[in-house]
Write a protein that binds this ligand. Structure first.
Ligand code: N01
Length: 557
């Protein structure tokens, strides 16, 4: 391909350790599949991974209670029928250790590790228009280059500790859920403070509460959470699912979330009686799972009045679960419609506030002002802790890419291009950044779909695209500015037709002070998105400029 064709490089015994046909950044679920597929094209691929092993999000997030909120029979690769038939998930929802074990199994089974350089962070990347090469500078392996660069850097991979004054003076130990020590943490007998009540906080709070002498939970915004109803995986469910695995995966591509088995609702929440609605929500509550709940009616994410009925149902469940009415009211979210922030699945979260050793602190009424040597000081009080847990989230969707100093064609910096929010065509490529592909980039369904299927869909599109370039004697592809602008506009219009922008969520960049407020994932549906991607490819990559060489591209400028 380009300067070195795939066929030339195939079978080459010794290659320079710094020159590849394609570079992949990240060895999480996206990067691993991309490696498998690109290798299958005969390419010499180099993967660079900051962690010491594979797994990405599942490598880093080892906090107690960490578990996927997509069911295990769904949250797995679909590309190998043998793999999906042989793997056995013990529970309805996979725990972090189980999922990491699975990812390691995949890495071994497909012999992926030999092309991955671990403990290596990519610091910068620059595209050279004359050689048509991306050169990435790493902290451990120097500069490496390739004509094609695939950024599998993850959507929730840049943990963020808020800029609290005094953290460096804290005399106890502190942890971020997304950077959890591998050896684990024993909170037995300790006074613990946890900041944050998103998915990471809600999953870890019940477990830490069981260990700690006392746990103070600092909640700034109450979040909606539903019972996961986790349980050992039913043998009958597994057998039925495996018998239909291939068909189910195929069907998943025709669903808005990339998960089959949830028939789209046809009724509005407002066209049925209050009793019927209550019974429907009750059944969903008993069943467990977020898609199922939000699929109770067809307008829960687009009509505020409809959503209010579901939001109030869950608030009433919280009121019925938590003994102290004042605490229940504080835990009952009122500032955003249910589902507009990631809907959390928990095991005994609200029940935990009935424990004597758990105190909820309203960090909205009295914000945290500083970390002291002894603990946390809010506007109203001081708390002493042996340990502080930051469940404070991530610089989502853009953080990992912006952490790399990327310079595209004509010297354009990604930081400048994205100064007012991310811009991409299909979340796959960016104008000004030729031959750089994103796996589940902003403005693709990514976090609003089953992530592994989303990674597979992106990778398959990229592999088809590289094959097309190869067979047509082309070396360079770049998103057109107009097509990108149109896609960003479409992305925003689709989001504006929903209730999502009403929440101060990380989807909106609202969790990071100063981050541009733009709705980042594509919520027009995974099915519609995939059809669009396929149509664009079928039209010879409409909205992208494909050129044989840089010189020809310049001649056409
Ligand atoms: O992070 P978050 P997360 N003072 O951003 C609070 C995925 N995930 O790691 O809402 C006080 O949701 C912040 O408060 P507020 C999943 O997609 C999946 O929990 O900004 N509080 C919020 O409560 C999820 O959505 C799984 O007011 C401060 C919390 O910290 C995503 O990752 C499990 C603060 C951050 O919540 C992120 O979840 C875990 C401050 N200065 C994660 N700054 C599953 O699959 C922040 N906060 C189940």
């Amino acid at each position: 391909m380009s300067s070195q064709s795939a066929t030339e490089t195939k079978g080459t015994a010794e290659k320079s350790a710094s020159q590849f046909d394609a570079i992949i950044v990240g060895a999480g679920v996206g990067g691993l599949y991309a490696l498998h597929r690109l290798r299958g094209m005969g390419l010499n691929v180099g993967v660079f991974e900051a962690g010491a092993d594979v797994g990405g999000t599942w490598y880093w997030n080892r906090y107690p209670g960490c578990r996927c909120d997509v069911e295990s029979m769904e949250y797995s690769y679909s590309f190998s029928e043998d793999l999906q038939q042989e793997w056995r998930w013990p529970e309805r929802y996979g725990t972090q250790p189980e999922i990491l074990r699975y990812v390691n199994h995949v890495a071994d089974r497909f012999d992926l590790r030999r092309d991955i350089r671990f403990n290596t962070r990519v610091l910068s990347g620059q595209f050279d228009e004359t050689s048509n090469l991306w050169t990435l500078v790493t902290d451990k392996h120097g500069a490496v280059s390739a004509p094609y660069c695939i950024m599998a850097t993850g959507n929730l991979s840049t943990p963020r500790v808020p800029d609290f004054a005094g953290l460096e003076r804290f005399e106890g130990k502190w942890y971020h859920t997304g950077l959890w020590p591998h050896e684990g943490v024993d909170f037995s007998g300790l006074r613990v403070g946890i900041i944050g009540t998103g998915s990471s906080g809600v999953q870890s709070i019940p477990i830490i509460a069981k260990q700690a002498k006392h746990l103070h939970v600092f909640q700034r915004t109450a979040n909606f959470s539903l019972p996961a109803r986790n349980a050992p995986l039913d043998a009958g469910v597994e057998k039925r699912h495996k018998a239909e695995y291939a068909e189910r995966r195929e069907a998943a591509y025709d669903t808005p979330f990339g998960i089959a088995g949830f028939p789209p609702p046809t009724n509005s929440a407002l066209e049925v009686s209050a009793e019927e609605r209550e019974a429907a929500y009750e059944a969903k509550w008993a069943e467990g799972g977020s898609i199922s709940f939000l699929y109770a009616y067809n307008d829960l994410l687009v009509n505020k009045a409809a959503n209010d009925t579901a939001s109030e149902f869950v608030r009433n469940k919280i009121r019925a679960t938590v003994n102290d009415p004042a605490i229940a009211e504080l835990l009952a979210p009122k500032d955003h419609p249910i589902g507009t922030k990631r809907l959390i699945l928990d095991s005994d979260y609200y029940e935990t506030y009935n424990r004597d050793n758990v105190t909820l602190v309203d960090a909205r009424a009295a914000p945290i002002e500083e970390i002291t040597p002894a603990g946390i000081r809010t506007r109203d009080a001081e708390y002493d802790f042996d340990a502080i847990v930051f469940a404070t989230g991530f610089d989502a969707m853009t953080g990992a890419l912006l952490d790399i100093d990327l310079t595209g064609a004509k010297g354009v910096k990604l930081a400048d291009k994205w100064a007012d929010g991310p811009r991409s065509n299909l979340g796959l490529m960016m104008a000004g950044f030729p031959n750089m592909f994103l796996i589940t980039g902003p403005q693709s369904p990514s976090v609003k779909a089953q992530m592994i299927l989303a990674c597979e869909q992106h990778t398959d599109w990229i592999v088809d695209c590289l094959t097309y370039l190869q067979t047509h004697g082309l070396a360079r592809i770049e998103a057109d500015q107009t097509a990108e602008d149109e896609w960003v506009t479409h992305n925003n219009e689709v989001a504006d037709g929903t209730l999502y922008p009403l929440a101060n969520s990380w989807y909106m960049g609202a969790n990071i002070p100063g981050k541009p407020r733009i709705f980042m994932p594509y919520v027009g549906g995974f099915d519609r998105y995939k059809r669009t991607c396929d149509e664009i490819a079928a039209k010879g990559y409409e909205g992208f400029t494909l050129t044989p060489t840089r010189l020809e591209a310049l001649a056409g400028d």
